[in-house]
Design a protein around this ligand. Structure first.
Ligand code: ZN
Length: 322
């Protein structure tokens, strides 16, 4: 698909500069200066400020007091037009009043202001992602996925001892048994399943009322992507799928997925729901989907802005999947 990399989180050509990851002297020097080079992330929310076109990422100097709650190690993200960029996990910071209801909601609109950081706030990346430049989006997605991995993989999977941050964050090393652990990316298929003029969409239990999206599911070990598309669609709806093709991918750092956008031709139409996975699934016509994406459909709401599901649906409607 020609437009594949224009999806949100579709990449900005960030130079990840792996050769610098072991260069302690160079990493240390960049973190000692006054240059704002560190992106703090609090419980999955990057530090942001209001820019002219929406949110922009906010960077702090290596020794800024707003980073006091972060572990000493800094994750090296790469070279952003020659500027070294890092991220730090400040999740240990406890705001005075926390809106836990908002934090646990489907779309957390709450902002957290750190007393040591002026003119910025921690904001949910899913709400800000379409406002960020492609470069900021790639940096934030990488930082979120990597710091989330460090949080959830503290202990060695081979021997159970606490492992150590290594290679500027791109590895964890076990001091007890010497096993090396590398960051995870979990493949997920998400698919346009078509039948003539119609598209198969569904909704999971717990989603906001009226919200539907493309079917999706994790690829299982040993399973090709195409087979995962056919299996997931059949398990969730009983619909059988013939030819499957790959369209576009989207890193989805909540916490560590890589979405593979595919298109498959349905070879049956009858829907038998798996009630654990789906609350409802329907065939929607091009005309009805156009209304839904514009927010004019009486019962179906548009999918989340910036998510690959919406990107694929819009391009399917516009005949731009080539
Ligand atoms: Zn170990």
């Amino acid at each position: 698909m020609k437009l594949a990399e224009t999806v949100t989180f579709g990449g900005s050509g960030l130079d990840r500069a792996a050769y610098i990851r072991g260069d302690e002297a160079r990493l240390g020097k960049a973190l000692k200066g006054d240059d704002p080079v560190v992106l703090p992330i609090w419980r999955g929310k990057p530090l942001m400020a209001d820019g002219p076109d929406g949110s922009v990422l906010m960077w702090l100097a290596g020794d800024h007091s707003g980073l006091a709650d972060a572990p000493a190690e800094r994750l090296f993200l790469g070279l952003d037009d020659g500027v070294m960029r890092f991220a730090a996990d400040v999740s240990a910071w406890q705001p005075e009043a926390l809106d836990t209801e908002a934090m646990n909601s489907f779309a957390d609109e709450s902002l957290q202001m750190h007393p040591a950081i002026e003119g910025a706030h921690f904001r949910e990346l899913r709400l800000a992602m379409t406002e960020l430049t492609p470069r900021d989006a790639e940096l934030a997605a990488t930082a979120n996925a990597m710091l989330g991995w460090h949080r959830s993989h503290r202990f060695c999977a081979a021997c159970g001892k606490e492992s150590q941050f290594a290679d500027a964050g791109w590895k964890r090393q076990c001091p007890a048994c010497n096993t090396q652990h590398f960051p995870r990316t979990d493949p997920v298929v998400i698919m346009l399943i078509t039948n003539g003029n119609d598209l198969l969409i569904g909704r999971s239990p717990g989603w906001p009322e009226g919200m539907y999206s493309l079917l999706a599911g994790f690829v299982e070990p040993g399973e090709p992507m195409e087979a995962a598309v056919r299996r997931e669609v059949f398990e969730e709806t009983g619909v059988t799928v013939g030819a499957v093709n790959y369209l576009s991918s989207q890193p989805w750092p909540y916490p560590s997925s890589l979405m593979f956008g595919c298109i498959g031709e349905a070879t049956s139409r009858d829907i038998t729901l798996d009630p654990v996975e789906l609350e409802d699934a329907v065939w929607i016509s091009r005309e009805d989907l156009t209304m839904a994406l514009a927010g004019h459909h009486p019962t179906i709401l548009p999918a989340r802005k910036g998510a690959i599901a919406q990107f694929l649906m819009e391009n399917w409607l516009a005949d731009r999947l080539d």
